[in-house]
Write a protein that binds this ligand. Structure first.
Ligand SMILES: NC(=O)c1ccc[n+]([C@@H]2O[C@H](COP(=O)([O-])OP(=O)(O)OC[C@H]3O[C@@H](n4cnc5c(N)ncnc54)[C@H](O)[C@@H]3O)[C@@H](O)[C@H]2O)c1
Ligand SMILES: CC(C)C[C@H](N)C(=O)O
Length: 365
């Protein structure tokens, strides 16, 4: 990978490598675009097969956060961190403190939160060293674990997509296939079960599967079977790139609406879904509940206000579906246009010189 070429192609601002020998920290912070405000995006800890794979993931996820924050209407740019390591074995207190000091050194250009492999407890340790961290414990007056709120946003966005596909946003009686039933999807399954949907689930973690089978009457299938089960809606809630050449021909669902980031392996897969008439709720639009929730901390956390903003995911999906129909373009393109138009509008409105700009971190600073 030619890093500078890649950064130039997608217009990245900064890539920061953080190393601490004593704790074993190897982290990469990618900052994509800070036109709208400081870059906010979570920290993922993952046992990457190579350093190149880690860099690529950080870059892709950071750009996704720029678009996610823009469409969600947040005054925040996009960034993300990956920590190389096994979250089950390699974590220690010194590692997150060293990482917190690196975040502090960026002086507010980047704010972190949870992602796959990191927890509220990890954010609390980072907070020992920096204020530029969200999703910390409610004991600090903060928002805590973003996953339940992400799930609520996905649920609302799924309803908006269902309305387009089935003529009603009621999900009772609908068969919904859920891939990965971890932090977000457990809560999503609860909302869906409460509304009377029938759940088919899978996960590589048997305990996670058993929990939703027992609590919500879900039926379980093997991980490789989830793509071709008879269902109305497919909800990818595990990892990225699951909509690809191999999986698309297997799909029976009319709607794809789930929490996972970077669901399309490539944009061409979004084009194919569009041609097939499958309604795809763009991942970064439907899964913005968590970032909306943690971003609210920057103004002094108010859960009611945060949830009210999460409700707008329903309208955002409706709007994207309207643009997609009106302009005859795939939904991922409609979402990208919304994001890019907002960023351009704000960039253009910033043409006057200000001696000192008002900082968006009004509460934290
Ligand atoms: N947590 C949030 O608030 C949030 C916000 C936005 C987006 N997301 C995205 O949503 C997805 C899920 O996040 P999470 O916090 O629930 O993570 P998680 O790790 O708690 O859950 C993911 C689940 O997927 C399972 N899984 C992994 N590979 C699988 C496979 N091949 N087949 C089936 N199951 C598999 C894991 O065992 C795990 O139970 C991630 O892509 C994350 O980036 C999360
Ligand atoms: C809570 C957020 C800042 C990060 C979250 N993991 C996301 O991808 O949106």
């Amino acid at each position: 990978m030619n890093i500078f070429n890649y950064m130039k192609t997608y217009d990245y601002e900064q890539l920061v490598f953080c190393q601490d020998k004593q704790s074993g920290l190897k982290a990469i912070i990618a900052i994509h675009d800070t036109t709208l405000g400081p870059a906010l995006g979570g920290t993922r800890m993952w046992n990457y097969e190579s350093e190149e794979a880690a860099i690529e993931d950080a870059l892709r996820l950071a750009r996704g956060m720029t678009y996610k924050n823009a469409v969600a209407g947040l005054n925040l740019g996009g960034g993300k961190t990956v920590i190389i390591g096994d979250p089950k074995k390699d974590k220690n207190e010194e590692m997150f403190r060293a990482f917190g000091r690196y975040i502090q050194s960026l002086n507010g250009r980047y704010i972190t939160a949870e992602d796959v492999g990191t927890t509220v407890e990890d954010m609390d340790i980072i907070h020992e060293e920096t204020d530029f961290v969200t999703g910390i414990s409610p004991a600090f007056g903060s928002s805590g674990n973003p996953s339940p709120v992400t799930a609520y946003g996905v649920y609302r966005g799924m309803k908006a997509a269902a309305k387009e596909a089935f003529g009603s946003d009621m999900l009772n009686g609908k068969i919904i296939a859920v891939q990965g039933v971890g932090n977000v999807a457990y809560h999503l399954c609860k909302y869906l079960n409460d509304e009377g949907a029938k759940l088919i689930v899978t996960d590589i973690n048997k305990e996670a599967v058993n929990r939703v089978v027992v609590e919500f009457g879900a039926s379980a299938v093997e991980p490789n079977q989830i793509y071709n089960v008879e269902c109305d809606i497919f909800a990818p809630c595990a990892l990225g790139a699951v909509i690809n050449d191999e999986t698309i021909p297997q799909l029976k669902a009319k709607v794809i609406a789930g929490a996972a980031n970077n669901q399309l392996k490539d944009t061409v897969h979004g084009d194919i879904l569009h041609e097939m008439g499958i309604i795809y709720a763009p991942d970064y639009v439907i899964n913005a509940g968590g970032v909306i929730n943690v971003a609210d901390e920057l103004n002094g956390y108010n859960r009611e206000r945060a949830l009210k903003k999460v409700e707008t995911i329903y309208n955002n999906i409706e709007r994207i579906l309207e643009i997609s129909k009106g302009q005859q373009i795939p939904t991922y393109k409609a979402a990208d246009r919304l994001a890019e138009e907002r960023i351009d509008r704000i960039r253009n409105s910033r043409s006057q010189f200000l001696l000192k700009e008002k900082h968006v971190l009004t509460h934290k600073l």
